[in-house]
Design a protein around this ligand. Structure first.
Ligand SMILES: [Zn+2]
Length: 145
């Protein structure tokens, strides 16, 4: 599965990387280990990265404490992956489950009848996050709303 940025503010899917001297590049590819921009360059090789932003509205990726802009590639990838896992986790809450603990409809790339546990393992492996963390995040979101 492709790693995809989704902007929490505008819902756009284009991430950009901002360099010193106010240059901004569109991110065209995110993998678990690398980010590539529209010049086909790996971002870690560019140097002088000051921020990662939504290409459309300028929403800036910030660290967990929300005080600092993320300027490190691995942190940016981690942010995007966590955000994506959370969206999937939230969406999964609305997927019906049958008495055998299998999904009762096809969902994403999983056919109807896939055991819920299989999907949990897939999420954990794909996004490098535990279900416990996701559930903790989800419960805090529910409390907020
Ligand atoms: Zn945006």
């Amino acid at each position: 599965m492709e790693i995809q940025f989704t902007c929490p503010r505008c819902g756009g899917h284009d991430l950009s990387v901002v360099q010193e001297v106010f240059k901004k590049f569109l991110v065209t590819e995110i993998t678990a280990t690398d980010i590539k921009d529209d010049e086909g360059t790996f971002v870690e090789n560019k140097g002088g990265v000051v921020a990662y932003q939504c290409f459309h509205c300028g929403f800036e990726l910030r660290d967990v404490s929300d005080t600092d802009s993320i300027d490190d590639q691995d942190e940016a990838i981690g942010w995007v992956m966590t955000e994506q896992a959370r969206r999937i986790w939230k969406e999964g809450k609305n997927i019906p489950i049958n008495d055998d603990d299998e999904i009762d409809v096809a969902w994403m790339e999983f056919p109807k009848g896939t055991p819920r546990e299989d999907i949990w393992h897939w999420i954990e492996e794909t996004f490098d996050i535990s279900i416990a963390e996701l559930e903790e995040w989800y419960n805090s979101e529910v409390r907020k709303s």
